[in-house]
Design a protein around this ligand. Structure first.
Ligand code: 2BA
Ligand code: 2BA
Lengths: 141, 141
């Protein structure tokens, strides 16, 4: 595989499609998000709104930071707070026709990248493991 | 940069050296490990023994899995349990002279790789971001 072929790689061939991506909704209580993260084992998952549009990302780190008080773990916050109050809205988003080099560059600082089409529909995620698996394959040949 | 040059890259030029790596000890209570993970923001960190030798990795996911009971979050476990009872000992380890291709292959399934010398001394970690940053640089030219 030439370097050209790598740069022309279609990211849609590497993504985890939306129906295989664990996610939570903006209006869910924090407790629900923690349960999804613990049950799936994922550190972070996308947050969608009720119209299934991407709004941000929520992680175990964000939830723990929110409930850890000075004296003790304020776990009553888990039922009082909503995902939208704690999530990170400021995330880079890939479009379905972005090139592979754009994906690598953004993946330097993100453990996974959310992918949308040009109408703003959530199409899935591109995790770092998929990028590394493809690059390993390319460099081996 | 040719593909040859990438494959000959010295991983020691990319690692985070041991003195810059947040870590906990096998004998620490789980509460201490959670505090280190929350304060640093890291999902997981290496676990060293009292002789500073690598023993495994501990993560927020492992700690949360351990303290989440069926009915409630069993926070008292945080002070009762030790890191060594919860950590993952079964981790791949890079040697200082392993090649870059070995690192990429192992990084497909690990968010970071621990690096040791041939006497078993912990030298640091190679996070996925460092591998991606180098590959982005190589593909760009
Ligand atoms: N159930 C499982 N089976 C096999 N390997 C597993 C696994 N859970 C985690 N891993 C491994 O651990 C890495 C880090 O997972 P983490 O949950 O921190 O971070 C994950 C998670 O936050 C998110 N993610 C991955 N797959 C997801 C999915 N189906 N739905 C929602 N989020 C997902 O993307 C991040 C990066 O994923 P990536 O694959 O690069 O990297 C994953 C993968 O290599
Ligand atoms: N304080 C910070 N400043 C800037 N960016 C930050 C950051 N904390 C996290 N990130 C970003 O988020 C990614 C995932 O961090 P995470 O804590 O899940 O997963 C981290 C963490 O578990 C561990 N790690 C990284 N640096 C560490 C250090 N100095 N000491 C101990 N563990 C470290 O290696 C994993 C992969 O790190 P990687 O750099 O590939 O990927 C990092 C990095 O891109």
């Amino acid at each position: 595989m030439t370097t050209e072929a790598v740069l022309k790689k279609d990211i849609m061939e590497l993504i985890i499609p939306a129906d295989m991506v664990a996610n939570v909704q903006t209006t869910n209580p924090l407790e629900h998000a923690l349960l999804v993260l613990v049950k799936t084992g994922y550190s972070a998952v996308p947050v969608l709104d009720t119209a299934y549009r991407l709004q941000g990302v929520i992680s175990k780190t964000m939830i723990l930071n929110d409930i850890l008080g000075i004296e003790r773990i304020e776990f009553e916050k888990l039922s009082e707070r909503k995902v939208e109050e704690v999530m990170n809205r400021d995330i880079p988003v890939l479009k379905v026709d972005d090139d592979f080099l754009t994906a690598i560059k953004l993946a330097i600082d993100q453990t996974f990248l959310c992918v949308e089409d040009h109408e703003g529909n959530f199409k899935g995620i591109l995790p770092r493991s998929a990028i590394l698996k493809f690059l390993n394959h390319y460099l081996r040949d």
